[in-house]
Ligand binder design. Structure first.
Ligand code: ADP
Ligand code: ZN
Length: 219
């Protein structure tokens, strides 16, 4: 199963992607998480990416495409994968066409005016990169590793507005791109995480039975 989760920053892609990938035993590929790991480790890629990320700009397509191309070769991608935060531009989507097929694109829809307040409540673990939201988790240390939580530089209000603009300009066109390919499904992301997850699971379960039928027909 190969999925893409599409949606503006703060839509809850990461939260949903974590649960859904776990449910199906497929790899969760978050380009944002991969870039932040490079930044934490201070690699050349991480240092180059930081300048873009902290301004709310996109990291150049070539960098992202190379990173993803490598990532999907890994053993944990055998059963499938879920892209979270990729592709983010038409150029990335075009490049993806030549490295992988995709079964479904889930568009998590949240109105722009809700995003700023949602992102304002976001916290991240300095140790392992786990994400939290103050509305659901009130401690200031990580549940998984005990390290301190902090506010991501690119989650500060000045940067958030630019990220939303960048999303509207560069990523939103992917909605029509995947609609035209018949791959797009939209869920209302402006509800509780559990409700959104139930909707997504209904879509993925339908996909699973479709994929099964396809396999049976091939035999
Ligand atoms: P969010 O979904 O909240 O915007 P992400 O963790 O997906 O957060 O991304 C954080 C930042 O990392 C983006 O603002 C961008 O600078 C960079 N980034 C992540 N994925 C990509 C991508 N596919 N292409 C370009 N830049 C990316
Ligand atoms: Zn942690």
């Amino acid at each position: 199963m190969k999925l893409i989760f599409l949606g503006p920053p703060g839509a809850g892609k990461g939260t949903q992607a974590e649960k859904i990938s776990e449910h199906y035993g497929i790899a969760h590929i978050s380009t944002g998480d991969m870039l932040r790991k490079e930044m934490r480790e201070g690699t050349p890629l991480g240092k180059a990416a930081k300048g873009f990320i902290d301004k709310g700009e996109l990291v150049p397509d070539e960098v992202i495409i190379g990173m993803v191309e490598n990532r999907i070769q890994a053993a944990d991608c055998q059963k499938g994968y879920l892209f979270d935060g990729f592709p983010r531009t038409i150029a990335q989507a075009d490049a993806l066409l030549s490295i992988s097929d995709i079964d479904m694109v889930v568009n998590i829809d949240v109105p722009a005016e809700r995003l700023v307040e949602r992102i304002g409540g976001r916290r991240m673990c300095a140790g392992c990169g786990a994400g939290y939201h103050v509305s659901m988790y009130s401690k200031d240390t990580c549940e998984k590793c005990g390290a301190k939580l902090f506010i991501r530089d690119d989650d500060k209000p000045e940067t958030v507005l630019n990220r939303i603009t960048v999303y509207e300009r560069q990523t939103q066109p992917l909605i029509d791109y995947y609609k035209a390919k018949g791959l797009l499904r939209t869920v209302d992301g402006d509800r509780t995480p559990e409700t959104v997850r139930t909707d997504i699971l209904a879509l993925t379960e339908k996909l699973v039975s479709r994929l099964r039928t396809r396999l049976t027909l091939k035999r």
